[in-house]
Design a protein around this ligand. Sequence first.
Ligand code: ADP
Ligand code: MG
Length: 604
Amino acid sequence: MKSRYVITGFIALLAVAPLVLPTFQITLLNYIGMYALVVLGLVLLTGVGGMTSFGQAAFVGLGSYTSAYFTATQQFPVWLEWAAGSPWLALIAGVLLTTAVALILGALTLRLSGHYLPLGTIAWGISLYYLFGTMKNLGGHSGISDLPPISVFGFALEKNEEIYYLIWAILLLAVLITQNLLNSREGRAIRALKGGQLMAESMGVNTFRSKLIVFLISAVFAAVSGWLYAHAQRFVNPSPFGLHMGIDYLFMALIGGVANVWGALLGAGLLTMMKQWLQDILPFIFGDKGNYETIVFGLLIVFIMHKTPGGLWPILMHFVPASLKTKKKLLPAATDKHAAAPDLPRRTQPEKGDLILEARNVTRQFGGLVANKEMNLQVHAGEILALIGPNGAGKSTMFNQLSAVDTPTSGEVLFRGQSLKGISSRQVASLGMSRTFQHVKLLPTMTVLENVAIGAHLRGDRGIISSALHLERAQEASLLKEAERQLIRVGLGDYLYEEAGSLALGQQRILEIARALCADPCMLLLDEPAAGLRLKEKQALAELLDKLRSEGMAILLVEHDMDFVMNLVDRIVVMEFGEKIAEGLPQEIQTNPAVLEAYLGGAE
Ligand code: ADP
Ligand code: MG
């Protein structure tokens, strides 16, 4: 709540600034606002999404040049002349053009991992810069001048003090939109991009789509900044859109704090001021020859990044008295907040005893190695089946065939009667199969509640626009209510607003089960759920699985821990060298000679 006062105060200061500050300072603030808009896009793209772009300046240029071409070059064919001259129409054109370019660029580079995206953005940044410079009808290196001012309700924003208000209004709007977006179903999918893509896909998130969306948003923010720039300067030439500026934007993001929307403002402000101060001060120190500011500036950046790898915003927040910060722990009035939200619709669940999952003669070969050979197994609703076997027996491989992460060389897997051939792990999630991971995969800095809500991704449908405008609050409340319900169901109801990374390992595994349950599955696949747990935690897990079974859930688990398996499950399938060597009730398996041979013989 209190942070709202801080923001209101900040806006009030911004509003009076042009009345008290000299024009020079306002011009500086204009630059800061325009830069911050670009950097905000980078916070989304790099800080949240984990993708690095050096090419943002080129998008700024695209916005600038489109508007310059529209409003100042008089090159339109007769039938389009009605559109010429209006900065607002030019803005729409610029945004559309940028979206189209970003779509093509994104489609080409975002699927590639590693350094391809940054390299692609560098190439794109350089080539567009030269394109601006060489195209005759864009004025070459001397650019385009005499752009008209932007008019708002018939009032022309000619002076710096006037366009100032437009710049900052747009920036604050963009901050608001970004925050809304991050705080939504789509936002959780975006926040999962950095370090949680495999997990997100298995929860039904289309991660490529999420990446493309952040890439588009960051490009559009840059283009809008370029549009403002063109009409603030009333003149464009290629120099502010080159690679060096693309790098500066990235510096601003890194220095401000790339994980927070306000870090964008801090970074843009600080770097702009630093440059200014250095230009003023250094000539006194070194005499007035030479570009010392570039060198000192570079050194300062290296120094700051070395000292504060997470950017300056977190450090700034450190000094804010705790009483001013929004207290997350006080929020759990959420129980009442979401209580009124309608429940999410549920899928029709199978009857107890129905056949849910079936493997028919599944064989998986890796070259000459047969990891799974003619494997057959069945899992029914209301049953726990364990898949056990010594190391290297082929359990994980089998798990991958069953969960459609991998495709059998021959044979097939049927889930609720449907073949999984050619089906992605994302589609399997939508069919009602949910999984956890052998090595816990959660987003440590997100709250427990948000982590679990990712599991409900496919049960919501509101997209980017309604998220950005917070028109999806009703559905969001239902999603969070569901996440909360599942957390209470598994016994983590006291930890809703803790950071997921702060939970003990046992609790993290239970969190993963809650997340899987959030998808309203009829089948759970658990990969070594008891690994690394203490006795008490194992007992809690066994109780939970027992409860789920009695509710009709079909559960398959791959497990090492014999005691855990023997006391819990209904049936066991034992594997050795890729083949099924035994199947039966726990007590039968315990006395089966082939199993004893495999385990005891294999251990020695
Ligand atoms: P388990 O989980 O029972 O310990 P795995 O399914 O991981 O066994 O492995 C079974 C066999 O298949 C092992 O010999 C392993 O080396 C081999 N294997 C597993 N995955 C691959 C792969 N992607 N490429 C080649 N060999 C693999
Ligand atoms: Mg394994």
